[in-house]
Design a binder for this molecule. Structure first.
Ligand code: C5P
Length: 205
């Protein structure tokens, strides 16, 4: 069984994907981490994220790089949304994601284009969303817990900028697959969101 979980930044898709993987005992891939690893490599090598050739050169990152906590920072998230707009970067990460999705027994993947590009054949597709304010509040609390002093307004502005880039790009933009079920987590607790996600997967499979 392949479960595709897509949605914008801080919508709750990562938490939901992890919980679904636990529930169905499936391996899970956070595909955002791949783009973040490319972004972190661009940053470390002082390459230009807006240049496709520079970003492609950074796609050859070490597997171990995926465990680095620096990938989770807001700065790397913004950079990731710049490098991920390059078609050749997406192409270079495509096969790895498709292999993960189609391993025997199935998998859960979360990202922006799982249900549309990586695994259009997924058995269940969820599109997780929440209002920008709610998402910024969550991200702000999470960043504060990790010692960041970024203001709420800056976090909200960053979320809006990332939404605009992810939805506006021509290569695999963030769009809901026509056969994906919507899960709006704006006013749900984590437990509520997870049980609704399980119910939607059950209805789809
Ligand atoms: O999900 P996360 O916030 O970690 O993703 C970081 C960035 O990577 C996103 O803003 C998006 O631009 C890009 N991304 C993507 N396709 C995916 C996953 C992430 O373009 N499947």
């Amino acid at each position: 069984m392949i479960i595709a979980v897509d949605g914008p930044a801080a919508s709750g898709k990562g938490t939901i994907a992890k919980a679904l993987a636990r529930h169905y005992k499936l391996p899970h891939l956070d595909t955002g981490l791949l783009y973040r690893a490319v972004a972190a490599t661009v940053h470390r090598l002082e390459l230009d994220p807006a240049r496709e050739a520079d970003a492609v050169a950074a796609c050859d990152f070490d597997e171990l790089a995926l465990a680095d906590p620096v990938l989770r920072t807001d700065e790397i998230g913004q950079l990731a949304s710049i490098v991920s707009a390059h078609p050749l970067v997406r192409a270079s990460l495509l096969r790895r994601q498709q292999r993960f999705a189609h391993q025997p027994g199935g998998a859960v993947l979360d990202g922006r284009d799982i249900g549309t590009v990586i695994a259009p054949d997924a058995n269940a597709k969820l599109f997780v969303k929440a209002t920008p304010t709610v998402r910024a509040r969550r991200r702000h609390a999470e960043l504060q817990a990790h010692g960041s002093t970024l203001s709420f307004d800056k976090v909200l502005a960053d979320i809006r900028a990332r939404d605009a880039r992810d939805s506006g790009r021509s290569a695999a933009p963030l769009v809901q697959a026509t056969d994906a079920a919507t899960l709006d987590t704006s006013f749900l607790s984590i437990d509520e969101a997870v049980s609704q996600a399980i119910a939607l997967v059950e209805a789809a499979r």
